[in-house]
Every structure is written in C-alpha cells, then in structure tokens.
Design a protein around this ligand. Structure first.
Ligand code: COA
Length: 277
C-alpha cells in the first residue's frame, strides 16, 4: 500500500487478508539496526496501531538474517560523539521494541528467518509469538566483542529462558538454532525455512478468526498479570473482563454463549465464534 512507501530501512506490505509484513530491510548489513531503522520502526508501529487494514503484524528480515542486532558502526561507534542522536535512537528503540510492540492491540509475530543476535532479542522478546526457521542462528554475541547484553537484552533473555541458560549463552556467546530456541522458550514453533512463511500465515489466519478486541484484551491481560500478586490480578482481570463486554463491538461473549448453549451450533473448545455482523 502506498501509505508506507517512504522508508529506507524497513519495508511494509499489507496483504489483502490484513497480514502486515514489516521487513527489516538492510540485507547487505544483515539487517543490523541503525538509528534510522529505529526511527522508522517507531513511526511504522505507531501508525499500524490504528490502521484498520492491519490485522496482524509480522516482523521479519530481508535476506538471510532476521537482524544482526544493533549496528556496531552506526548505532554504537558513530553516536559516541553524537549523544543527541544516540539518545534519540535509544529511546526510539525502547519505545517501538518494548512499549509499542508489547501493548499494541494488534497481535505481533516475529518470523525469524536467519540470524538473530544481541540487540535483536529485545524486539523478538516483545512480540507475542515467535515462529522460527530451523536454520535460524541465535546468539548473545555481546561478550564476543567486549560489551554486556545491555539495552535490556539480559533482562528480556532472562525472562524468556531459565536462569542457567541465560548465564550460559550470555557468557559463552554460543549460538543455537530454531529447534533449540523452541526448547529454551525463545520461540514457539520452528519449521524448515522453506515452510516458514506458510506456517506463519497459518497462525495469522487462526488469530484473525478471533474478535480483534478480545484478542487485544487477552494479550494485554496475560502480559499485565506477570508483575502482579494474586489479589491484584483477581481485581485487574475482573475489571478487564467487565470492560471487554462493553467495548467488544462483536459482542463475542453473548454470541458465543447463545450459539453454544441455545443454538448448539459450535463448540468454543474447538473454534472461534464466527463474526455475525
Ligand atoms: N553492525 C554493523 N554491521 C553489521 C552487523 C552489525 N551488527 N552485522 C553485520 N554487519 C555488516 C558487516 O559489517 C558487513 O558489512 P560490509 O559488507 O560493509 O563489510 C555486512 O554486514 C555483512 O556482514 P558479514 O560479517 O560479512 O556477513 P556474514 O554473513 O559472513 O556474517 C553475521 C553474518 C551476522 C554472523 C556477522 O556479520 C556478525 O557476526 N555480525 C555481528 C553480530 C553481532 O554481534 N551483533 C550484536 C550487536 S548488539
């Protein structure tokens, strides 16, 4: 669509189903994230939030890399004497890869097609679902070139995997593949690269069958309760559940109950209630 054509480091395509392919597009640099990429991603992710054509967001990479992490030249070296640019890039990254991706109404999927190193774990961790190619190569390479897994990489990696693995992979810098990423909790599913797009589309279609509002509330609830104690989460989820009944334009709850209990036309254990209007 013409509306997302003006970007140099990211490509955006919304297909006829509403699947939105957001592609890190610096294949010659293995999609390393420079300041421009962060500024563009912040603009894109923010704009997609209220773009009705966009139903699901898929983050992927051009060429043989998902992302080789932060750009050592443009993000690190060249901002050393330009603290203004450094600060802006850091904040843009923090906003798009944490807050916007985390709290977006839209489901977000990382489709990892190749290399995923260092700083790339940040956005990966904040996507809702990760679909990996078996052939993908993941690694916390920071230790190999003299920095810590900063920018919250140590934190988000610790949240995904067990503490032993977090220490092991951060300290050795060893790489792991897609199957191992699933075993460790970094990815949900890993398939051969040749099936990666097809598998991702299948998941997108499954998500798009649900009410978008129910899906948005569901992902936000699962994220929010992580930091709450039992009493807080009882109260929070109670209030959210009530709010959802009011804001869901499809009235999914009422329709679902009617179709299951009265009409006996579907089983919620096995499928989403069909859109009625
Ligand atoms: N930052 C800046 N440039 C990067 C980069 C990064 N993170 N990763 C790759 N590039 C650039 C290379 O400098 C090279 O540029 P050039 O053609 O101008 O010399 C180009 O991308 C291709 O890289 P190359 O190393 O030749 O590709 P490869 O396919 O042999 O290896 C990687 C790919 C990803 C294994 C390797 O580039 C690498 O180790 N990158 C660094 C990964 C990293 O440590 N990231 C953590 C950052 S927080």
């Amino acid at each position: 669509m013409a509306k997302y054509q003006d970007f140099t480091c990211v490509k955006v395509e919304i297909d006829e189903e509403g699947i939105t392919w957001v592609t890190f597009n610096r294949p010659e640099k293995r999609n390393a994230m420079n300041p421009t990429l962060h500024f563009e991603m912040l603009e894109i992710m923010t704009a997609l939030e209220n773009d009705n054509d966009c139903k699901v967001i898929v983050l992927t990479g051009a060429g043989n890399s998902w992302s080789a992490g932060m750009d050592l030249k443009e993000y690190f070296r060249e901002t050393e004497n330009n603290p203004d640019l450094g600060f802006r890039a850091t904040m843009a990254h923090r906003y798009w890869a944490t807050y916007v991706t985390n709290w977006s109404k839209k489901p977000t999927i990382a489709m990892v097609n190749g290399y995923c190193f260092g700083g790339a774990f940040h956005s990966l961790a904040h996507c809702d679902i990760v679909v990996s190619a078996d052939e993908a190569t993941y690694g916390l390479s920071e230790v190999n070139w003299g920095i810590i897994p900063g920018g919250n990489v140590a934190k988000v990696f610790n949240n995904l995997v067990n503490h032993r693995d977090a220490l092991f992979y951060a300290m050795t810098g060893r790489t792991f593949d897609g199957q191992k990423a699933v075993e460790m909790g970094v990815a949900n599913i890993s398939v051969p690269l040749a099936q990666l797009k097809e598998e991702t589309i299948k998941i997108c279609r499954e998500l798009m069958e649900k009410s978008p509002m129910v899906l948005a509330y569901t992902k936000q609830c699962v994220r929010a309760v992580q930091g709450m104690d039992m009493t807080e989460s009882f109260e929070y989820l109670g209030a959210k559940a009530l709010a959802l009944r009011t804001v869901d334009p499809r009235k999914t709850r009422a329709t679902g109950m009617e179709e299951f209990l009265d009409k006996k036309t579907y089983r919620p254990g096995l499928q989403a209630v069909k859109k009625t209007s």
